[in-house]
Write a protein that binds this ligand. Structure first.
Ligand code: NAD
Length: 416
């Protein structure tokens, strides 16, 4: 049977499985299966050639029972409302599994930023903020970066928001540059949080991690930091990395400083000195101890899951593994660190950023990283304990922890 790769259908199927194990009340289940609110809008942007192009944008506030909605904004040519819904659902479970007082949301624009000038991108970013400004705020919904959006884009959006409301409100968006109230450590936070969970997974599986091999798919914000931190913090030997244009391999290990510099100059990992080319599918199936998908959804599917050789799959990307692949990997005994646990470091430090903005008192990177470690280790522990106690896989265990917390808040509010 053809696999359903619609990310929102996948997110709902995952929730359904967890709801059955949890014995979730059917009315609560029905409520948690759908986003609470979503906004669809057009963004007219004056292009450099003088014409106006109309882009489509979305913002989904999936659930805000535990706190203001929280989630990034993605700029991507293949963006769909169902991708945004799925990512917003996963944000809801992510903030809950880490036990931070936020809900889940996500945003997106159908666009190809690689074909846009800096000025066009700035006008699109400001237009996005004008479209959603009245629906967001520090007590309503707080956006952040995601694929193809970055601190500069957050800065333009923050500036536009403050122009509209007429005063400073840095906590309305996270992942900002430091001088505008960004947190120390926010750039590498998603990757570092994932690295802490790999450390915990190795401990739990009595696996020696120092010198073990690793492959990373995706070399953007998350993947490139993961490369450096896997090397620095865990002593992993990263033998393969890739981006959308292809991958590179060196059995002796890839130096993150060399690859990083090559990417800075060339915009891609291809042709980095002292490496051999490797395809994205070959990379996923490489003979490594730790596989880190850090690109986009639906990379490990029913088609390739039986060829995955890694002992640990650390999902820094959102939704890289389909439910069919999950079953195959479970049968093979692969230890999956599920996405909304593995990549929760980003939103955790975004939450720290909001706290620092509120108090106007800023922590150094060491303090941020220490607090991140505490949060990630606790979240990993809660999921591992649930998996052992209920004899379920880690993804379902993460859902059980998160859904129970969100359902409790919904019930306390009297919504269901
Ligand atoms: P990014 O735009 O900085 O980088 C994405 C990388 O993936 C690029 O190197 C791109 O070339 C590569 N890529 C895209 N399509 C690919 C394909 N088909 N095959 C191989 N590589 C491909 O994005 P990012 O912020 O690093 O996000 C990566 C993933 O991590 C996404 O799933 C995102 O939702 C997730 N995530 C990001 C954050 C964050 O803080 N940025 C937080 C949590 C989760």
């Amino acid at each position: 049977m053809q696999e359903n790769l619609n990310p929102f259908a996948i997110a709902q199927a995952q929730l359904d499985e967890a709801a059955a194990v949890l014995g979730l009340d059917p009315d609560m289940h029905a409520f948690l299966r759908e986003p609470m609110r979503e906004f669809h809008f057009t963004i007219p942007v004056r292009m450099d050639d003088g014409r106006t192009r109309t882009f489509r944008g979305f913002r989904v506030q999936y659930n805000d029972a535990r706190g203001p909605a929280k989630g990034g904004i993605r700029f991507h040519p293949d963006e769909t409302i169902d991708t945004v819904r799925a990512l917003a659902a996963w944000m809801t479970w992510k903030t809950a599994v880490c036990d931070i007082p936020l809900g889940g949301g996500k945003g997106g624009v159908i666009c190809n930023p690689r074909e846009m000038s800096r000025g066009e991108l700035e006008r699109l970013s400001r237009g996005y903020m004008r479209a959603i400004a009245r629906y967001i705020g520090t007590t309503k919904d707080v956006p952040a970066p995601d694929v193809n959006t970055n601190p500069q884009i957050m800065a333009w959006m923050l500036d536009e928001y403050e122009r509209i409301i007429g005063h400073q409100e840095p906590g309305v968006i996270t992942g900002k540059p430091g001088p505008l109230g960004g947190s120390a450590g926010r750039g590498p936070a998603t990757a570092l949080g994932g690295i802490f969970t790999i450390r915990e997974a190795a401990k739990l599986s009595n696996m020696s991690i120092e010198g073990a091999t690793c492959a990373i798919q995706g070399y953007g914000n998350v993947g490139s930091h993961a490369h450096r931190l896997a090397h620095e913090v865990l002593g992993l030997r990263v033998v393969a990395v890739s981006d959308e244009f292809g991958g590179i391999y060196n059995d002796g290990g890839l130096d993150p400083a060399v690859v990083g510099e090559h990417v800075r100059v060339n915009g891609r990992v291809n042709d980095c000195p002292d490496t051999e080319p490797i395809g994205n599918s070959e990379l996923l199936e490489a003979n490594v101890a730790v596989l880190i998908p850090a690109a986009i959804e639906n990379q490990i599917t029913g088609q390739n899951a039986d060829r995955i050789k890694a002992t640990i799959v650390a999902e820094l990307a959102n939704g890289p593994t389909t439910p069919q692949a999950d079953e195959i990997l479970a049968d093979k005994g692969v230890f999956i660190i599920p996405d909304f646990l593995c990549n929760a470091g980003g939103v955790t430090v975004s939450y720290f950023e909001m706290v620092q903005n509120t108090y106007q008192f800023y922590w150094d990177e060491e303090m941020v990283n220490r607090r991140l470690d505490t949060k990630m280790t606790a979240a990993f522990g809660a999921v591992a304990q649930m998996a052992a106690g209920k004899k379920v896989n880690n993804r379902i265990a993460a859902y059980l922890v998160a859904v129970a917390r969100v359902a409790e808040a919904v019930r306390l509010r009297g919504w269901v």
